[in-house]
Design a protein around this ligand. Structure first.
Ligand code: NAG
Ligand code: NAG
Ligand code: NAG
Length: 405
């Protein structure tokens, strides 16, 4: 079976998905009989007892296991109350199959949350794991309400963190109400997110759907994300991300950035946002950089995008985080180049539907391409317009509102 999985990594992602589905279904059945079920480690699953140590032991045993493939099984029909968990590698089995058919809820009493030298630690941390499939029909509930009013410095932070991981598949789960970001991907490669649903209230602060930083080869597909912040956001040092067939909204849109906070070096390349619907979001296709940073954002493609009553459907903002007029005069800016906007239509809830605000520095925005953009005013707006500052580029086909390139 391990060989089957390895092979499947090499073939096309669709086929790989199908192979995985079968594999996961099979393991689900096996798990019922003799997998490393959390129940065998003393989990109760009544939503009242704390099942943290049972989950921790199930993972630790699986990770230390001698066979090629390991599994952790969370059975359906139960609710597991959990505090912070460290799913740490490297592990012997590759992959580890983590089937979550039951519901997992985070401890909601902020006073009971685990700390490390007074630092609140995140909920589900996967660290240095190579080869991991997390799938199932379960619901992960961060019970974030208790934290939303508290300063985010004192939060448990993201619901699921993948740090220094490789070859990860996250599939079919529902995630809701994280204290902060729902899924954080950092320092990782080859992460495939497929068919997940993320929901948090529109008014919940900093509840990004998926945040990706210092990583490469990440794909998010066939998923619905509705939160109080970005559906997907991309941080510094990221290469090869695909966001495809995603419904986003409410929320803040899909953001490349904010990048270069504190003057850091930015390298963001090869980001494709294809077949995405934005509904009532406060931004659509957004690139935002802080003044004073260096580096580049290159090879970004927004294609086949639909907007319904979206504020700032198309926006580049090189003055993100600027609070004083002075900060617009910094000498440095991130170079934004080769950005393609194609086949984008729908309604804008702001008068300026296309806003490309680049810094006046010679390095700012170049090679910006638009083709077939058709944006009309949403209810309550009379007309829409475009605004460009220091942008070099080209427009083709239908461009409404008329192009400022
Ligand atoms: C992922 O899997 C591929 C193919 O099995 C392998 O070559 C690679 O080393 C693995 N690790 C990472 C980090 O991609
Ligand atoms: C993203 O899509 C492109 C074009 O289809 C493909 O070449 C690339 O491998 C994909 N990347 C990931 C991480 O799936
Ligand atoms: C986006 O909306 C269109 C029109 O309503 C629909 O046909 C399409 O399936 C939607 N896309 C996704 C990813 O659900």
């Amino acid at each position: 079976m391990a060989r089957l999985f390895d092979l499947s990594i090499l073939i096309t992602s669709n086929l790989r998905d199908r192979v995985l589905s079968v594999l996961v279904a099979l393991l689900g059945l096996l798990g019922l009989c003799y997998g490393e079920s959390v129940m065998e480690y003393g989990a109760v699953g009544d939503g009242i007892a704390d099942d943290t140590s049972a989950f921790q032991k199930a993972w630790d045993d699986t990770c230390k296991g001698r066979s090629n493939m390991g599994s952790v099984y969370v059975p359906a029909g139960k609710t597991f109350l959990l505090n912070s968990l460290h799913f740490t590698g490297p592990c012997n089995p590759k992959p580890i199959i983590f089937i979550i058919d039951g519901d997992m809820i985070a401890e909601s009493d902020t006073k009971k949350w685990q700390k490390d030298e007074n630092e609140i630690i995140p909920w589900l941390i996967f660290d240095h794991v190579e080869g991991l499939v997390i799938a199932g029909r379960g619901l992960l509930d961060g019970q974030g309400k208790a934290w939303w009013d508290i300063h985010c410095r004192d939060h448990p932070g993201p619901m699921m963190t993948f740090s220094n991981c490789g070859n990860v598949t996250l599939k079919s789960l529902r995630l809701r109400n994280s204290a902060q970001t729902h899924v954080l991907i950092m320092g990782s490669q080859n992460v495939y997110i497929n068919d997940i649903k993320i929901t948090s209230p529109e008014a919940s602060p900093n509840t990004d759907g998926v945040h990706i930083t210092s990583s490469s080869a990440v794909s998010i597909t066939h998923s619905d994300i509705a939160t109080g912040d970005d559906c997907v956001s991309v941080g510094d040092q990221v290469n090869n991300v695909n966001v495809t067939f995603v419904n986003c909204g409410p929320g803040h849109g899909v953001s490349i950035g904010s990048l270069g906070r504190g003057g850091t070096e930015v390298a963001v390349e090869n980001i494709r946002v294809w077949h995405v619907n934005f509904t009532r979001t406060t931004n659509g296709a957004r690139i935002k950089t802080w003044p004073g940073a260096t580096g580049h954002v290159r090879g970004i493609e927004f294609f086949d995008i639909h907007f319904s009553s979206v504020q700032n459907p198309i926006i580049i903002d090189q003055f993100y985080g600027c609070t004083t007029p002075k900060c617009t005069h910094t000498r440095k800016a991130v170079h934004i180049e080769k950005v393609r906007y194609m086949k984008m239509s729908g309604t804008s809830a702001t008068k300026v539907a296309v806003k490309l605000e680049c810094s006046e520095k010679s390095v700012s925005c170049s090679n910006i391409f638009m083709r077939d953009i058709d944006l009309s005013p949403a209810n309550g707006i009379d007309s829409v317009s475009s605004l460009c500052n220091f942008v070099q580029g080209l427009a083709q086909g239908i461009i409404r509102p008329s192009s400022c390139l």
